[in-house]
Design a protein around this ligand. Structure first.
Ligand SMILES: *Cc1c(COP(=O)(O)O)cnc(C)c1O
Length: 455
């Protein structure tokens, strides 16, 4: 009998996050201050008072291994270790000699990988006497994860939710409110940034970049408040490496090693959390031919179409300036259902590794991702988040290519979460109403004209 689930016991959960920074063959370009545009010093990389000190230190930390605080480990154990599964039934349906594994983060209470960093960030804030957190959310995944993290540590939480999603996805809003957070549709009348956008365009449906600006302004305006971000930043990727660290141990149980690792990228945190613990094997020559494939939507093709340039992390220019692939901080992507992938930039660590040739990128249309998601649901049972369907789509493509070539590669899919709150999107797909969006070339050219102009 071939095994299906490769489970770690609770006490086998990794106790450290992996920090890639000291292992990079070339150092990561330091971020720039949004106002002075000067490189931020390594000991205070982010403009205070955005983040708690512990997070500031982690952002450009030099230690390869960072111990996960006991209190955070204790909460992780309410849903971790998460399962690694062999997709036997999908393999059979594809008639492929490839071996497909997936690491599934949908078993967290919030349904995605995001609590891995939300719980850590809430913990560090609590420890430093912060009583309130402000953040943004697109489709509501990050907002719900942080609401839960704040509930665990008794913190207040204010969430600026992209207006389009606020009305389209009321259930995620209900989750956040149940966990005790306060939610407003963004752009909102609660901030300067929001008010000025609403004045020009009362119908503005919002964007992640705008919501980030509002949350940062909120944190600057309140002494008791810190800002919290759900992706992109180095410390977020660090917290997500628990995923890959567990997977390494589980692949060992499976007596397998990945030839191809594939996953979706919005700001890049879930996929980096999976692949960073593996990419060092590629850098040190242990597995030089391993393929690491980042999958993004054709409607928001940051890595495949955006230039590698300095840009703000948010719309209003309050967030640090990062060296990253970007479509321009003012770019508002088409309303694809993978709301978590609608961000104009990409984690600087991923962009740096892309430039150095350690990872590759592909863009796919949403209809094809739902087709893959339905195939996955009918074989493996899981209804996947629209974001996760992007990685599944390319995982299936790779497996089909193995069939053509008669190759038995080992494919590892980073599966970021379930799609139980995205059934309206499945409904659109199943009833033939789902549309694809072409690459919005003109809008990107316009947005790129507004880069901050840092050399
Ligand atoms: C937020 C989200 C993503 C995209 O964010 P990353 O930082 O790129 O991981 C992907 N999948 C799910 C389920 C999400 O909630």
């Amino acid at each position: 009998m071939e095994e299906t689930r490769f489970m770690l016991a609770e006490k086998e959960m990794p106790t450290h996050w992996y920090n890639i920074l000291p292992d990079l063959p070339e150092p990561l370009p330091p971020m720039r201050h949004p106002v002075t545009q000067e490189p931020c010093p390594v000991d205070m990389p982010l403009p205070p008072p955005l983040f708690p000190d512990a997070i500031n230190r982690q952002e450009f930390g030099a230690d390869r291994w960072v111990e996960i605080p006991d209190e955070v480990q204790a909460i992780y154990r309410t849903w971790r270790p998460t399962p690694l599964q062999r997709a036997h039934r999908l393999e059979a349906a594809l008639d492929t000699p490839a071996r497909i594994y997936y690491k599934y983060e949908g078993t967290s209470q919030a349904g995605s990988h995001k609590p891995n960093t939300a719980v850590a960030q809430a913990y560090y804030c609590k420890k430093e006497g912060v009583s309130r957190l402000a953040t943004e959310t697109g489709a509501g995944q990050w907002g719900s994860a942080l609401s839960m993290g704040c509930a665990f540590f008794g913190l207040e939480c204010k969430v600026y939710m992209v207006k389009a999603s606020y009305y389209q996805k009321p259930y995620r809003r209900n989750l956040m409110e149940t966990w005790g957070a306060t939610i407003v549709p963004s752009p909102s009348p609660d901030t300067e940034v929001g008010r000025s956008i609403l004045k020009d365009d009362p119908e503005c449906s919002g964007s992640l970049g705008i919501a980030i600006s509002e949350a940062i302004e909120d944190a600057f305006a309140h002494d008791d408040t810190k800002y919290s971000i759900g992706s992109v930043a180095n410390h977020v990727l660090l917290h997500q490496t628990i995923i890959g660290e567990e997977t390494r141990r589980q692949m060992e149980l499976a007596d397998a090693y990945p030839d191809v690792i594939v996953g979706n990228v919005g700001g890049g945190s879930n996929f980096a959390g999976q692949f960073l613990p593996w990419v060092k094997d590629k850098m040190n020559g242990k597995k030089p031919d391993m393929q690491i494939i980042c999958v993004e939507p054709e409607a928001c093709p940051t890595m495949t179409k955006g230039p590698y340039a300095w840009d703000y992390g948010d719309s209003a220019g309050l967030a640090p300036i990062l060296k990253m692939h970007t479509l321009g901080h003012g770019f508002i992507p088409a309303p694809v259902h993978a709301g978590g992938l609608r961000y104009h930039g990409m984690a600087p660590i991923i962009c740096h590794l892309y430039r150095l040739g350690f990872v590759e990128a592909r863009a796919v249309h949403q209809t094809a991702t739902f087709e893959a998601g339905v195939r996955f649901a009918r074989t493996e049972g899981i209804i996947s988040a629209p974001e996760s369907c992007h990685g599944i789509k390319v995982g299936i493509d790779e497996a089909l290519q193995c069939r053509e070539a008669g190759e038995a590669k080992t494919i590892l899919i980073a599966h970021s979460g379930h799609g139980h709150f995205d059934l309206a999107a499945y409904d659109e797909y199943l009833s033939g109403r789902l549309q694809d969006y072409e690459y919005p070339k003109e809008a990107v050219i316009a947005a790129l004209a507004d880069l901050p102009g840092v050399e």
